[in-house]
Design a binder for this molecule. Structure first.
Ligand code: 13P
Ligand code: SF4
Length: 412
């Protein structure tokens, strides 16, 4: 029978007898991911814990709040994308094991010190929103805005700003043109930063975060344009673009976009007095009905600070909502999802205990698997944009009330 330790053959050292070679080949093969994927979740716990312990301070495991319980329980630090980027930028560990999605691991690599290696346990853990803006499309858009005379190439007329949920190449694009990265924690601060530099902002790739933030700042819809990368001039007239203070890229989060205003009405009718709290990746029609809006970290904070017995319907990824439901039950707080059908981020879900175990056990043996490495030419400007982001203080997108106050100017 084959050993349950994928490294038993390696542990035998170099003095293997010739007749053992076939066995070695077979047992080395156990190191491959396929051999982990057939094992049940519960068999992973002890192995992950053992590998984690062996790695000691050499490794740090970061876990985004949307990770499943079987994975996040092993994180040394949990957080939203802003908090995790901050932690990774200060980490001394040789290996940063990022239980999150690709753009987060890329950012950790950009912010990491030389020699540090970032690992994404499953390379398929991408982000559909990040995929909605490709660098070539962004360059085309910029070229057209320059041609229209709305900015020069260095961003003197428009500050390019990208949400963390984008490729490193887009972050670098923004950095090189005087722009910045933001997360859902500090988007209002980043907008203010941008408007201090230039009269217009190009916001990539999440139209909803961009719109919600701009509305909260009192910018009316009539001063916003949406850039559709599949249409000529983004589907706008030159006049529309000239008038716009904010140009929103036509991207969205497929998870948060599923929350609808009728979900808010339904949950309020069913649970009178319930507080509706949502992530700013939700559409404006949902945000304007909410009692509070915030990044994942902020949503947790709102629920933590609420008095005993408060009821919440939360518009964000289902794993975080379910976890809070259990965590706050002993304080008599009810935490349920805003949409009964449950919004799951399938790419966050890609990181399984098996992937984590495989990555850690390989590290124990000195094999770095699934390393995320950003090209050096992209790294420089991406780092400039990310460093600017880390300087901007975390703000909370004002609650719906502030947005409603702006609604007098909402119509085109
Ligand atoms: P935050 O981590 O900023 O809350 O964003 C949520 C998200 O969708 C991450 O992909
Ligand atoms: Fe991307 Fe949405 Fe998943 Fe976040 S929740 S990783 S934005 S698809």
């Amino acid at each position: 029978m084959l050993s349950t330790s994928p490294f038993r053959a390696l542990e035998q050292g170099p003095e293997l007898k010739a007749e053992d070679k076939l066995t070695t080949a077979i047992e080395t093969e156990i190191c491959s991911l396929e051999n982990y994927l057939v094992l049940p979740d519960h068999t992973m716990d002890a192995r992950i814990a053992a590998a984690r312990q062996k790695l000691g301070s050499q490794a740090v495991i970061l876990g985004h709040h949307y990770q499943r319980d079987e994975v996040i329980r092993f994180a040394d630090f949990t957080g939203d994308s802003f908090k995790l980027a901050k932690i990774s930028s200060k980490s001394d560990a040789d290996y940063i094991v990022f239980c999150g999605v690709h753009f987060m691991a890329e950012s950790a690599d950009v912010l990491g010190r030389p020699g540090q290696q970032v690992i994404l346990p499953d390379l398929n853990a991408g982000c559909s929103m990040a995929d909605m803006a490709e660098i070539g499309q962004v360059e085309d858009c910029w070229e057209q805005l320059v041609k229209l005379g709305l900015t020069n190439d260095m961003g003197d007329g428009i500050t390019p700003m990208t949400y963390m949920n984008s490729t490193a190449a887009i972050k670098a694009f923004c950095g090189e043109r005087g722009g910045v990265v933001c997360t859902s924690s500090n988007a209002p601060g980043a907008f203010e930063w941008g408007f201090n530099k230039s009269p217009k902002v190009l916001f990539l790739p999440d139209q909803h975060l961009g719109r919600n933030t701009a509305l909260a700042m009192g910018i009316p819809m009539s001063e916003m344009a949406v850039w559709d990368p599949f249409q000529i001039m983004g589907g706008n007239t030159p006049e529309r673009l000239r008038k716009a203070k904010v140009i929103l890229w036509k991207g969205h989060c497929s998870v948060h976009q599923r929350f609808l205003p009728e979900h808010v009405d339904k949950v309020r009718a069913k649970h009178p007095g319930i507080q509706v709290v949502v992530h700013p990746e939700c559409r404006w029609e949902v945000c304007q009905k909410a009692d509070a809006i915030g990044s994942t970290e902020r949503l947790i904070e709102v629920i933590t600070n609420a008095p005993r017995g408060t009821k919440f319907a939360v518009g964000t990824e289902i794993h975080l909502v379910n976890r809070m439901g259990k965590q706050f039950a002993d304080q008599d707080k009810m935490v349920i999802t805003l949409d009964d059908s449950g919004c799951l981020c399938t790419t966050m879900f890609r990181i399984s205990p098996q992937h984590l175990c495989w990555a850690l056990e390989n590290l124990v043996e000195g094999n770095v698997v699934n390393r995320i490495k950003v090209d050096d030419d992209v790294k420089h400007w991406a780092r400039v944009a990310l460093d600017r982001m880390l300087e901007i203080k975390v703000d909370h997108v004002p609650a719906a009330a502030a947005m409603v106050a702006a609604s007098g100017r909402l119509q085109d």
